[in-house]
Design a binder for this molecule. Structure first.
Ligand code: F6P
Length: 319
């Protein structure tokens, strides 16, 4: 393989830039040319493709976002559009593609693979919901952003003896809520993977208050319900002075943590190795700190599994 392409797609995540850098540098190290596809699958369809050099990825390792830009592209679900994408890659003589993104991006890569075009998926999403890897690029940075916010909210919550409901992202997965809740010492964590009982939540808060707790932090994953609605219901039931904070897209920005930069470098470089070895249709990941790769079709047929042991632990530690 002498020419490969790289694109980022779907919701951006901190660490996509170091992943792009790894793809470009690893490929050039092995005398393979690299082309950047700008604007995800939308950019692919309209041929927004430019050659990348070593210097094109200089000074991006510490930057959030993605220098290749990103987009959600629902049209890419249709076969005609996918074939148009392959046509564009062929026009430029690009023989294989690294796709950095989340679930939707993987589905695009899977479709191209099924049409016989070699793609390798690199998991880049803050949601940590991609099967075939224990960690996704951006999850650690997003968690640290959430923790920073939780710590700050805790200060004001204590001063005013308030209950705070903090809504975090994650789409249908509870990983951000769970890890941030555990790391931030939240009283209650609500995740889509587990049902909750409002009366039980209220009882826990009351007991905490009776023991002299000056504040309560409840982390709600967006996949459960809106933080605003939850807070309204809780306040009606308990009469606690409740405030809401929806962290929103700040969770997707910021300089990637060291852990995300290292993960992105390892996964990006491995994706290139696979293409050079002639192994398309793979999804790279990390398990027990070892690089792994799976058939992308098989990986997508599996379900991401949240660590329920952590959930149990968070309940035990927040009595
Ligand atoms: O998948 C990443 C993510 O940030 C989710 O956590 C969130 O539900 C979604 O993207 C938001 O998407 P958009 O930026 O398109 O509103």
């Amino acid at each position: 393989m002498k020419k490969i392409g790289v694109l980022t797609s779907g919701g951006d995540s901190p660490g996509m830039n170091p992943a792009i850098r790894a793809v470009v540098r690893k490929a050039i190290y092995h005398n393979v040319e690299v082309y950047g596809i700008y604007g995800g699958y939308s950019g692919l369809i309209c041929g927004n493709i430019k050659k990348l050099e070593l210097g094109s990825v200089g000074d991006i390792i510490h930057r959030g976002g993605t220098m290749l830009h990103s987009a959600r592209c629902p049209e890419f679900k249709t076969k005609d559009v996918q074939l148009k994408g392959i046509e564009q890659l062929n026009v430029h003589g690009i023989e294989g593609l690294v796709v950095i993104g989340g679930d939707g991006s993987y589905r695009g890569a899977k479709a191209l693979t099924e049409h016989g075009y070699p793609c390798v998926g690199v998991p880049g999403t803050i949601d940590n919901d991609i099967p075939g890897t224990e960690l996704t690029i951006g999850f650690d940075t997003a968690l640290n952003t959430v923790i920073d916010a939780v710590d700050k909210i805790r200060d004001t919550a204590t001063s005013h003896e308030r209950t705070f409901v903090i809504e975090v992202m994650g789409r249908d997965a509870g990983d951000i809520a769970l890890w941030a809740g555990l790391a931030g010492g939240a009283e209650t964590i609500l995740i889509p993977e587990e049902n909750y009982d409002m009366n039980e939540v209220a009882d826990r808060l009351r007991k905490g208050q009776e023991r002299g707790k000056k504040h309560s932090i409840i982390i709600v994953a967006e996949g459960v319900c809106s933080g605003v609605e939850f807070a309204k219901e809780l306040q009606e039931l308990t009469n606690f002075d409740t405030r809401v904070s929806v962290l929103g897209h700040m969770q997707r920005g910021g300089s990637p943590t060291a852990a995300d930069r290292v993960l992105a470098s390892r996964l990006g470089a491995r994706a290139v190795e696979l293409l050079i070895e002639g192994k398309g249709g793979r999804a790279v990941g990390i398990e027990n700190n070892q690089l792994v790769d799976y058939d992308i079709v098989e990986a997508l047929s599996r379900k991401h599994v949240l660590d329920l042991e952590l959930f149990k632990l968070s309940k035990e530690l927040s009595i």
